[in-house]
Design a protein around this ligand. Structure first.
Ligand SMILES: [Zn+2]
Length: 508
């Protein structure tokens, strides 16, 4: 039997998404056993106990990066941060769990893709991880495999691309099918929302004009291609009443579409990308989670597109610097407090993807994935000192407050003062169950409302039985439901704005 491992984090300020308190944290065999003052009586120090002094520091739940692509074969290349170096870099930055994507080619099996990614990750990961699976085409096989992945393989999230035409892009009807299936099996649908047809046409136009450099990439993506696709995805998800997570919302107009939908409670989450650098100019309350979209290619790989920007492998770093950048841009600049920081870097992700409270919280029984964080220290980001495989850093030279001093993963100190004590394969695959209560509670509620409504006029018998018990509610619901049903009343920009009923279902 392995020796008992005991760790005491003494004298820090324990920060969760809803409260902070001065407390010690006792960790035994990978799990938090106690949180409170003086959790071990003085003198009671077993030989195997290791004590970490956290006085004047914050003790945070380890970060969860909802969006990475380690060793991803993409655009004729493969991202250089593999599951080993990528997860080590994550730990150095205070992130103790990543969520990566298994992405099958069109016509290929989702389960095979999942197994392939597991075979890459399992022997290499240094922190815990989970997998989203992409739906890049549609068939009965895909539909069946989604169910198997959810029931037997620990997957509760599927991603659909509205861009990458002819490679991963799916059409509206396929989105509708995939969203419907997600809802049946209790998964959350994710979309990469950009109008892939418009981007493809825009790219052709740029090349025809002789614009071959990287600026062409930006120029063929006006804000509207993201805002349009975002609204389209929300419209389709709303028709199905399926929970939707919009990944990497980059432009202000797309962020507004999501914010409007969420304000009216339609159950949408927004994953913000750390590299847009700007946490919403006063809108940080709209931010749900933060993923880095870490997908790194060295400068020589980027050179594949030196004469044609459409051949530049897309993606940059972020897994190591995500937490510090959010601290700097969010907390240090006064846009969010320490609790909201924990919410957007860890807790919300754990809730949405059904890992909570095992992950995303420091509480008795939770996994001991913990960071001792120095809010006052600063560090300068540089490719010379980062732990990633990639040979440049898009945040080069940026000075960040908020430095992870010690990272604890599965109850073990894995990173401390710049030194790692972790081996490939120490992290584990974390399966996730379907029907996350945090999102499906509201989905079910809306379904109930809809079914009461649809059993309305044709069946007077049914209606009267509802009315005797819940007369007022039914009336209220009915008037709102009509607004949903009559397209003429829908506002072109945000059909959800004028439904006060949904305001009561305020969402994340
Ligand atoms: Zn991505």
């Amino acid at each position: 039997m392995a020796a008992r491992s005991l760790l005491l984090i003494r004298g820090g300020r324990v920060v969760n998404d809803d409260s902070s308190l001065e407390a010690d944290v006792l960790v035994e065999d990978g799990v938090v056993r106690a949180v409170g003052r003086h959790v071990l009586p003085p003198g009671d120090s077993p030989a195997e106990l290791r004590v970490l002094d956290a006085a004047g520091k914050l003790v945070l739940p380890g970060g969860i990066d909802t969006h990475t692509h380690m060793q991803f074969p993409f655009m004729g290349s493969r991202s250089v941060d593999d599951f080993h170096l990528g997860t080590k870099a994550a730990l150095a930055g205070g992130t103790t769990m990543i969520m990566d994507f298994a992405i099958p080619h069109k016509g290929h099996s989702l389960i095979e893709a999942f197994d392939t990614w597991r075979s890459w990750a399992d022997p290499k990961v240094c922190c815990d991880y989970s997998l989203h699976v992409a739906v890049t085409w549609w068939s009965d096989q895909v539909k069946e495999e989604m169910k198997i992945l959810t029931q037997d393989k620990g997957v509760n999230s599927f991603k659909m691309f509205m861009a990458y035409k002819d490679v991963y892009m799916v059409r509206d009807v396929e989105l509708y099918e995939a969203f419907s299936r997600c809802k049946e099996i209790g998964a959350i649908a994710q979309v990469h929302a950009e109008n892939g047809d418009l981007i493809a046409e825009g790219a052709k136009k740029m090349l025809a004009l002789g614009i071959t450099g990287p600026e062409g990439h930006e120029l063929c993506r006006p804000e509207a291609v993201e805002a349009e696709a975002t609204l389209r995805a929300i419209t389709i998800a709303s028709a199905v009443n399926c929970p939707l997570y919009v990944v990497h919302v980059m432009s202000k107009s797309a962020a507004k579409v999501v914010a409007d939908a969420r304000r009216d409670g339609t159950g949408y989450a927004c994953g913000r990308n750390t590299k847009d650098g700007d946490l919403g100019k006063g809108h940080s309350g709209d931010l749900t989670t933060t993923g880095s979209d870490n997908c790194t290619f060295n400068s020589c790989q980027k050179a594949l597109g030196k004469d044609d920007f459409t051949k530049i492998p897309n993606g940059v770093n972020g897994v190591e610097d995500r937490m510090s950048i959010i601290w700097e841009k969010g907390v240090h600049s006064g846009k969010m407090d320490e609790n909201r920081f924990v919410a957007v870097t860890s807790t919300n992700a754990a809730k949405i993807f059904n890992l909570y409270p095992r992950k995303g919280r420091i509480a008795v029984g939770s996994d001991a994935d913990i960071v001792i964080w120095d809010p006052k220290a600063t560090r300068t980001i540089s490719a010379k000192t980062h732990h990633q495989a990639v040979n440049f850093n898009i945040f080069e030279g940026m000075v960040c407050h908020g430095v992870p001093l010690v990272t604890i993963s599965r109850g073990k100190v894995v990173y401390e003062a710049g030194v790692f004590s972790v081996s490939a394969g120490d992290g584990k695959f974390i399966p996730r169950k379907p029907f996350a209560e945090y999102i499906y509670k509201r989905i079910k509620q809306r379904d109930q409302i809809t079914s009461i409504e649809s059993s309305d006029s044709p069946s007077l018998g049914k209606l009267s039985s509802i009315r005797t018990s819940e007369n007022l509610d039914v009336h209220e619901v009915k008037s709102e439901k009509r607004m949903l049903l009559f397209p003429s009343q829908l506002n072109a920009v945000s059909p959800w704005r004028s439904k006060p009923y949904f305001n009561s279902l305020r969402s994340f």
